[in-house]
Design a protein around this ligand. Structure first.
Ligand code: FAD
Length: 369
């Protein structure tokens, strides 16, 4: 086993695997360390919406970054399939963001002003989705907010990175990182490794390393509970979305229904109240959910930073130490742009200055609104 490496990536969720993919595509020698299996934690809990519009309130820096990432998925689908044989199941159909009152419609005015977003009246929506709630006044139709299968994207990135020369070490926990011998020593459950660069991408568990590296930041877990159901009736073609609740159709005909937002809860067992509340919200969007059969339920921990934006960039005092963590509700959407940004920083290629400023770890603290 090679123990002298150029870039060590810690964490085998979608963020770490995307970084390993883009680095190995650029012929960088990369080893990824994953404590358990690839895609076994938060990534496996995600619904997979690429919600560049539906998820984001600010049409600012974050939006241009999110759009770039969403766009990258168009070519990734074939790229990953060709290299790894894995289908990321990018599903067209877009999102209907349901609206129940004129007041609510007003809050969507900046979304509705975008050229790719269209307003549909209630009748038009029910022409597309006959069983939609009769209480809506219409919906914003966002055709570009398609969805993917998160575990397949993550495994696709990892397998493609491997094909391109990366080493993926699963069941290998990084216990400590120390600056030594002109680089970093990683102490893992499988021995010591020397790396010139280290990327911390272990999701909500990144706090331990941030603290060790002298940064006073923590990642807050925001638990999300979901379930999947199957139906005998006509399958849904479009995602339904309302105030952070959603029903996402999968290629296999199942629907993913989510999700709660429980702050500061590290327990990944779904609760009765949590599942009850997501079912109730789903019924208010699509009443026929009541008759559907439950397939499974689960929970995952979204990694949240103090302002809801991820930390992507270099340590303020050491350009060989990088962070890619805190992707909160949007890690699936933002994985390609994050992987490309980290690759460009390591290779000293151009990264837009406003992205560096927006995502740097030592940005000014202001709390979430
Ligand atoms: C219910 C729910 C629904 C969601 N829906 C969406 C959605 O529709 N669209 C979207 O864009 N986002 C969604 N998200 C958010 C998205 O899932 C996350 O932002 C994303 O998965 C974070 O990925 P990650 O790679 O940072 O973390 P993770 O997937 O948690 O990966 C981190 C990895 O690091 C490993 N690790 C931890 N410590 C160590 C260590 N010391 N050494 C080695 N490995 C270690 C862990 O085992 C883990 O595999 C959702 C999240 C939830 C919970």
């Amino acid at each position: 086993m090679k123990t002298n490496i150029e870039v060590a990536v810690i964490g085998g969720g979608i963020i770490g695997c995307s970084i390993a993919y883009y680095l190995s595509q650029a012929k960088v020698d990369v080893v990824l360390f994953e404590e358990q299996q690839i895609a076994s934690k938060t990534t496996s809990a995600a619904a997979g919406m690429l919600g560049a519009h539906s998820e984001l309130d600010e049409v600012q820096t974050f939006y241009s970054f999110a759009l770039k990432s969403q766009l990258a998925y168009q070519s990734l689908q074939d790229e990953i399939k060709n290299i790894s044989g894995i289908d990321i199941e990018r599903k067209q159909g877009g999102i209907f963001q349901l609206v129940y009152s004129n007041q609510e419609k007003e809050t969507l005015s900046s979304l509705l002003s975008l050229p790719t977003v269209e307003w549909y009246g209630a009748e038009d929506v029910s022409n597309h989705i006959p069983s939609v709630s009769p209480n809506i006044i219409g919906a914003a139709y966002i055709k570009d907010d398609v969805n993917v299968l998160p575990t397949s994207v993550c495994r696709g990135f990892a397998k493609s990175a491997q094909v391109l020369g990366a080493s993926i070490l699963d069941y290998t926990k990084v216990l400590d990182i120390k600056k030594e011998n002109n680089g970093y020593t990683l102490y893992t459950t499988n021995g010591k490794f020397q790396a010139q660069y280290v990327v911390i991408a272990n999701g909500v568990w990144s706090s331990t390393f941030l603290k060790k590296l002298g940064l006073n930041h923590t990642l807050i877990p925001v638990k999300g509970e979901c379930l999947s159901v199957s139906s005998n009736s006509v399958p849904l073609k479009h995602t339904l979305f309302h105030k952070q609740s959603y029903i996402v159709p999968r290629n296999n005909g199942q629907l993913v229904i989510g999700a709660t937002m429980v702050k500061d809860d590290w327990n990944i067992q779904p609760s009765i109240d949590g599942i009850e509340s997501v079912i109730s919200k789903a019924k208010s969007m699509l009443p026929e959910v009541s008759d559907m059969k439950i397939e499974s339920f689960w929970a995952g921990l979204r990694p949240q930073t103090f302002d809801g934006k991820p930390f992507i960039g270099q340590h303020p005092e050491d350009s060989h130490l990088l962070f890619a963590t805190g992707h909160y509700r949007n890690g699936i959407l933002l994985a390609p742009a994050t992987g490309q940004m980290i690759r460009n920083l390591i290779l000293q290629q151009k990264v837009p200055e406003d992205w560096i400023e927006a995502f740097k770890i030592n940005r000014k603290k202001h709390s979430l609104v």
